[in-house]
Design a protein around this ligand. Sequence first.
Ligand SMILES: [Zn+2]
Length: 454
Amino acid sequence: MKLWNPQAECLSRDDLRKLQLEKLRTLLHRVDAQSPYYHQKFIDAGVKPGDLKSLDHFQSFPFFDKDEERKSQEQSKQELGHPFGMHISCDRKKVNRISSSSGTTGSPTFSGFTKLDREIAAENCSRGMVRMGMEPGDVVLHASVLSMWVAGVPSVDSMMAFGACVVPVGALSGVERIAQIASETRPKMIRTTVSFARHLAKTMKERSGIDPKALGIEKVVVTGEPGGSIPEIYSEIESGFGGATCYDSMGATGGHSPIGISCEAHAGIHVYAEDNLYYEIIDPKTMQPLPIEDGVEGEIIFTGLDRECGPLLRWRDKDIVKISTSPCSCGRPGVRMTFKGRVDDMLLVKGVNVFPNAVRDVVNSFSNETTGNIRIVLPAAGPVAESPVSVIVEHISGLSVDKLDVLGRALEAAIHHHLRFRSRILFESEGLFELKTGTTGKSKLVEVVPKFTP
Ligand SMILES: [Zn+2]
């Protein structure tokens, strides 16, 4: 088993904790000294950087979230003439690259990266590449949008720093062009979103005459959506590319993305960046910390330990993850994480927590008759949803009314069995769902339709 940086990736828990505490102390002092915003934020919260005695004590420091980031950036645009936010803690002249969020939930927010920030992101990317069996010089087809999104140009930047031979074809040049470029450059790996990987596997042969199974692609790395860790989805991608292995890559806002990668065992995402990323798990309702132990499930909080430009201390990512600390059968080190759902997407149906992506997972287990596209339709915005919940499911073409009737009842029973809430399944024919491969390729799972009547 090869690792890029065995010393950093195999640190013992004790050594890791010591290093994280030391780096947190340095970070707190730096942001306190260089950012009047953080200085005031600490005063308001009644905490002092010099007080940090242990990692547990870090829990008394305030969180940072998207709303605060957006306000801080609005203010810096007005007062300082730059979009990095009042929480910037480096000389503006040191900002070497800007990336932005997708802006799907409001105006985009910006992240600045210094040369050091970019180097650490490249270091993390290299750890993931080596874990996937890649070497400098191997050809990677980057078929994800070439945008400011962190999995766009920043990802290309990091893979080139690793030494990969990157073919930045992008996602917008169309299936035919991507197929042609792939057949001529013969990539060992293709990097894209879950939706686009599935789209390529399904449509490439028909559209271009080039069979994706015959391209010799060994690895498909997906990011941006949870599908890369869902058996029905990664299996479909793997067989669509002729037996390639599908890997799920994970990023962390405020860290040096990427921060983890899944393995051939598909047993969660191995986090390989704990020497530059500190994470906590909290209960999203009480906001109280949960112990990092096997099986724990909660909202993840990130702190990038080495970020020079605009560090986000105790960033509320709003993702719910499950932690696995038991050794993985692949033998690679690192705590593993499995994405469970978004805090903001969580619905409450008769007292039961429901994650829309979990509903999609159940529907995906009927992959012989459904396409995997679903939409939960609510008459009013959540989180409280009336029972039964309407779920529109896209079915494959050619199913009779009788078959759909049986399928609908089977889906309702499966959802009730696995997720403990009642649903009402409605069908839509294959092809009527819009394939969303925009800037992030993320598909929307919940739609609010006032006065919706099934
Ligand atoms: Zn593993």
